[in-house]
Design a binder for this molecule. Structure first.
Ligand SMILES: Nc1ncnc2c1ncn2[C@@H]1O[C@H](COP(=O)(O)OP(=O)(O)O)[C@@H](O)[C@H]1O
Ligand SMILES: [Mg+2]
Length: 251
């Protein structure tokens, strides 16, 4: 069974106004467990809208979206909140850590919200902290560490619930290229260990690390590319080329 199934998904903002915004016009794709997918497209193409619908933060206007067979459109607001906590992990461009909490407590937060025992939280953090290289910064605060380190803490927070799906919106958008590469290396190894990832990115270099890239234009899927056995550089060029064609009005 697919992990995620989207069929003829549509999202219109202000549908009854004089100027409805058709952010998503017809989006269909499936995601298998263990996939690593990048989503690219110009500003305003509908990437964040798509990610927000998968994240159950927004509802589709029409079409079907199922995660593990669960129809996400049918969830009430409360059910969606619980579903998000238990099944999804999020990573954002600006990390979104709480400055009043230590890094350790930031990571524990989603488990605290679902009333997990402290011993279980500690047990889950240990292997994560070692693989993310954050063991020695757990008792500091977000303001006391670098952007790259903050993103590592955010990755730990996203993964500590063992989510079915990791969603990332421009995770390297606020980082320099060396730090971006370190974060992308972590994504790759997390994916190697079986974690399914969907990442929105503007960067062809970032997208080239994913196994498949979906290109969105005007609320529709314009094209998709698979890395296959291509060397990263060649695949990155292919992605850049596709973005250029898409930007230049190719239909
Ligand atoms: N809350 C909203 N209300 C009205 N229009 C919106 C809203 N959110 C996004 N849009 C519009 O929907 C389209 C897609 O936006 P978005 O999904 O944010 O694109 P992207 O993330 O690819 O830049 C744009 O035209 C944007 O202006
Ligand atoms: Mg966006």
């Amino acid at each position: 069974m697919n992990l995620l199934h989207l069929s003829h998904l549509k999202r219109t903002y202000h549908p009854h106004s004089a100027h409805p915004v058709r952010a998503l016009k017809d989006i269909s794709f499936d995601v298998d467990p263990g996939e690593y997918i990048a989503i690219m497209g110009e500003s305003g193409a509908g990437k964040s809208t798509l990610l927000n619908i998968i994240a159950t933060l927004e509802k589709a206007s029409a079409g079907e979206i199922k995660l593990n067979g669960q129809n996400l459109s049918a969830l009430t607001v409360d059910q969606a909140a619980k579903y998000r906590r238990e099944h999804l992990g999020f990573i954002f461009q600006h990390f979104n850590l709480l400055n009043s909490l230590s890094n350790r407590d930031n990571i524990y937060l989603p488990l605290v919200l679902s009333k997990t025992a402290v011993s279980k939280m500690e047990k889950r953090l240990q292997p994560l902290a070692s693989s993310l290289g954050i063991e020695n910064i757990l008792d500091r605060y977000p303001a006391e560490i670098s952007g790259g380190q903050q993103q590592r803490i955010a990755i730990a927070r996203a993964l500590i619930t063992h989510p079915d799906l990791l969603l990332a919106d421009e995770p390297t958008g606020a980082l320099d290229s060396n730090t971006s590469n370190e974060i992308l290396d972590l994504f790759a190894s997390v994916n190697e260990n079986g974690q399914t990832i969907i990442m929105v990115t503007h960067s062809a270099a970032a997208a080239s690390r994913a196994k498949r890239t979906l290109f969105i234009k005007d609320g529709r899927i314009y094209h998709e590319l698979f890395r296959g056995d291509n060397p990263f550089k060649k695949y990155q060029e292919e992605i850049s080329q596709t973005m250029m064609t898409l930007t230049n009005g190719g239909e």
